[in-house]
Design a protein around this ligand. Sequence first.
Ligand SMILES: *[C@@H]1O[C@H](CO)[C@@H](O)[C@H](O)[C@H]1NC(C)=O
Ligand SMILES: *[C@@H]1O[C@H](CO)[C@@H](O)[C@H](O)[C@H]1NC(C)=O
Ligand SMILES: *[C@@H]1O[C@H](CO)[C@@H](O)[C@H](O)[C@H]1NC(C)=O
Ligand SMILES: *[C@@H]1O[C@H](CO)[C@@H](O)[C@H](O)[C@H]1NC(C)=O
Length: 509
Amino acid sequence: MRRSGYRQPLKQQLGGVKAMFTRLSIAVIVLVICMFMLMSAMLSSNSNSSSVEIDVEKLWGTAASGGWRPSSAPRSDWPPPPTESNGYLRVRCNGGLNQQRSAICNAVLAARIMNATLVLPELDANSFWHDDSGFQGIYDVEHFIKTLMYDVRIVESIPEIRINGKVKKIKAKQIRPPRDAPISWYTTEALKTMKEHGAIYLTPFSHRLAEEIDNPEYQRLRCRVNYHALQFKPHIVELSKSIVSKLRSQGHFMTIHLRFEMDMLAFAGCFDIFSPEEQKILKKYRQENFAQKRLVYDERRAIGKCPLTPEEVGLILRAMGFDNSTRIYLAAGELFGGERFMKPFRSTFPRLENHSTVDTTGELGKNTMGLLGSAVDYMVCLLSDIFMPTYDGPSNFANNLLGHRLYYGFRTTIRPDRKALAPIFINREKGRADGFEEAVRRAMLKTNFGGPHKRISPESFYTNSWPECFCKKSAVNPADKCPPDNVSESLDGQLENEGISDLRKTDQI
Ligand SMILES: *[C@@H]1O[C@H](CO)[C@@H](O)[C@H](O)[C@H]1NC(C)=O
Ligand SMILES: *[C@@H]1O[C@H](CO)[C@@H](O)[C@H](O)[C@H]1NC(C)=O
Ligand SMILES: *[C@@H]1O[C@H](CO)[C@@H](O)[C@H](O)[C@H]1NC(C)=O
Ligand SMILES: *[C@@H]1O[C@H](CO)[C@@H](O)[C@H](O)[C@H]1NC(C)=O
C-alpha cells in the first residue's frame, strides 16, 4: 500500500510531467504553425500574391514605361547608302500579311548590308489567302522609299540598260537562301553572285536572315522599316480609323486575336474536343500540311500546346475582373467548329464585334479574308486599348502586333501563359472549381502586360525589340541614351555631302 501509496504520487508526478510535456508540445506545435502561417503570409505579401486582385482600370491605360520611349533613329555614325551600288536585290516574300512584313524588314537590312539597290519586295500571290494586291496594293510605296532614303536605295523595278544601242533587262540570278542565314552569307555567297550577274532574286524569302544580330544599328533599321516605313495605303488607314472611332465612341475596347482556326488547330494537334466529323477534317489538313508527329491530347494540353478555346478565353477575362459590359472586337478568320464554341464566350461577353459588324461602308464585304481584311484587323488591334492574342506560337499576326504595340507606347497586351493555366483549367474540369478564379489571377499576374521586358529566346525580335529600338533621356548605359532630336538633320547633311540633295525631307524617325 505504501509502495503503491508511494508509487501513486510518482505515477501522478510522472503523469503530471507527461501532461505538462503534452501541453508544452501542443503549445510548441501551435506556435510553430502560427509562425509558419505568419511567415507564409509575409512571404506571399512580399511576392504580391496575397492580394490577388487585378486592377482592370489600370489595364485600360498603357503599361508603365520605366522612362523608356521608342526610338529607331541611328545613334552612331550611319553613312548614307553609297552612290556605287553592288547590284539589284529582288525578293519574293511568302506567307500571310505579317510573315511578309518581317520579310520586308529583312530584305531592307539585307540590301543595306550588301550595298545593293532593293527592288520593291514582291508579295507572294499564291499563298494561303489567294490575294494578288501586291506591295503597291497594300502599302504606301512613296512613303516607304522616302522614309528609308538614308538607309537603302529602292527602285520599283530593275531598270533596263542600254548596251550598244540595244535595250536589255538585267536577269536576276535566282538563289534559295538558307533559313535564318547569317549576315556573312549575304556578304560572301550572295554578294559574289550579285556582282557576277548584276542582280539576284531570293525566293522563297521569309525567315531568311537571322533575327538575333549583334548590331543594334542593324536592328534599329528593322524597326524603321517595320514601324515607320511600312504604312498601309491611305484607304486602309482611313477604313481602320473609322472602325476604331466607332468602337471608341462608346468608351475603351479590347481586341482579341481568337486563333481558333482550322490551320492552327490542325497544327497544334489538339483534336479530342471536336466531333468525329470535325476531327476527320483537322486530321486530313494536318496530314497534308504538317510533319507527322505523335499527338496525345492530354499530353499536349497539359503542357499548354493547345490553343485556348473561346470559352477559356472568356473564363480568363472574367476571372481577371472584366465584366459583361466589356466591348470586344474579334480579329480572326473563320472560327472552326462555329457557334458551338462561341456560345459560352458570347454569353459571358455579349458585346462582340468584328470587322463585318462594324464596317457599314461594305468596303470590306468581298475582301474580308484577303490582305485587306487582315490589314484592317491589324490596324484595329494596333490602335485598341487592350490586345489579347490567344495563341502566340507560330502566329505572325499576334507576334508582330505584340512588337508593334510595345513600340507604339507600351499599349496593354494580355498574354495568357497557357502552360501555367493548363493545370488550372484541367482541375476545374475535374470538378475542383474552388479557387479557380483566384488561381487564374495568380497565373496572369506573373505575365507581362506590355511594358519593357527582356527578350528571352524563343521570343522574336519582331515581337520584342527592346532595348535596341527604345531609349531613355537619362540612361545609365550610354548605348540606351536617346539620340539628339536633330538626328534627321544630320542625316540630311550627310546625304547632301554625297551629292544627293534632290530627295525630300523624310518624316521624323
Ligand atoms: C558598303 O559600303 C561601305 C561604305 O559606304 C563599306 O564600308 C562596306 O565595306 C561596303 N560593304 C560591302 C559589302 O560592299
Ligand atoms: C450583365 O450582367 C448583369 C447581371 O450581372 C445583367 O443585369 C446585365 O443585363 C448584363 N448585361 C448584358 C449586356 O448582358
Ligand atoms: C462577324 O460576326 C457576325 C455576327 O456575330 C458573324 O455572323 C460573322 O460570321 C463574323 N464574321 C467574321 C469574319 O468572323
Ligand atoms: C544637333 O544638336 C546638337 C546639340 O544638341 C549640336 O551639337 C549639333 O551640331 C546639331 N547637329 C546638327 C546637324 O544640327
